[in-house]
Design a protein around this ligand. Structure first.
Ligand code: ADP
Length: 259
């Protein structure tokens, strides 16, 4: 019909990749990237071939979390070679920016950059690609859910009401775009003081489990607030790689058991 806008192009799979799982959150700073990385490593620990894509183009944090340095190699045909770290493949725009340079793009530029990182990277054969999404429900998220067939989405939240309200918006976005929500994770769930053993529910506790039940989505588990998780992230050594037998690594592994 004249004047009618064309709908989005059909969703297409990414050749060689069996499952794409988006990890999202309503808010920034809730530990989405930290959880994405450890979820990827936990899946790799099950013997799966795993990749991770940093779709948080405006605030790429994978390079720091994974200790990635230098620019990615580019093949003669202009296809990126992903970084290989801790047994997984990783791709981020971060190493292509210099220092504190910001990405100042409008939506369409970000959308095409995401397409390039996703489709013009030599992922090889992957069982799972984890996509570390930007927080919220903006252009990049919408373009990803419209471009590719996602197996599902995992949502990270803190127990705080405010974070949970925003997490519900992210869940609503995935549901309305027909992406299955695989589950909700409560990060920074509680803190146990290492010297006294006293437990503090800094951001409250259990809010995500209650919200998951109310929304009828699986609750995948809780990750406590632990100094070593923050230290490991800053040092480019995710919990699962830093101490595979530690309590934190076990907590992250438990998240993927139901997936
Ligand atoms: P997001 O991707 O949601 O913005 P990040 O994963 O970058 O969040 O985490 C934000 C900050 O919180 C980082 O400094 C990270 O190391 C820290 N962090 C995340 N989860 C935990 C946790 N469970 N315990 C301690 N620090 C955490």
């Amino acid at each position: 019909t004249p004047g009618q806008r064309p709908g989005p192009p059909p969703k297409t799979p990414v050749p060689g990749i069996k499952h794409i799982i988006a990890v999202g959150s309503g808010k920034g700073g809730v530990g989405k990237s930290t959880c994405s990385v450890n979820i990827a490593l936990a899946l790799a620990g099950q013997g799966l071939k795993v990749g991770i894509l940093d779709a948080d183009l405006y605030g790429p944090s994978l390079p720091k979390l994974l200790g990635i340095e230098g620019k990615p190699a580019i093949r003669d045909d202009k296809i990126f070679k992903p970084f290989e770290v801790f047994g997984i493949k990783a791709m981020s725009i971060g190493p292509m920016l210099s220092g504190t340079q910001a990405v100042v793009w409008r939506g369409p530029m970000a959308t095409s950059a995401l397409r390039q990182l996703l489709r013009e990277t030599d992922w090889g054969d992957l069982d799972v690609l984890i996509v570390d999404m930007p927080p919220g429900t903006g252009d990049i998220q919408i373009s990803l859910v419209q471009q590719v067939v996602l197996t599902g989405a995992v949502i990270i939240s803190t127990p705080q009401d405010l974070a949970l309200i925003d997490a519900q918006k992210a869940i609503d976005m995935f549901r309305r775009t027909n992406v299955e929500v695989l589950g909700l994770v409560e990060n920074m769930s509680y803190f146990v003081a290492p010297d006294t053993g006293n437990r503090y529910d800094i951001f409250g506790h259990g809010g995500a489990k209650t919200a998951a039940a109310a929304l009828d989505i699986p609750f995948l588990g809780e990750i406590p607030l632990v100094m070593s998780i923050r230290e490991g992230s800053d040092a480019g050594r995710p919990a699962i790689a830093a101490d595979p037998d530690g309590a934190e690594a076990q907590a992250f592994r438990a998240l993927v058991a139901p997936l």
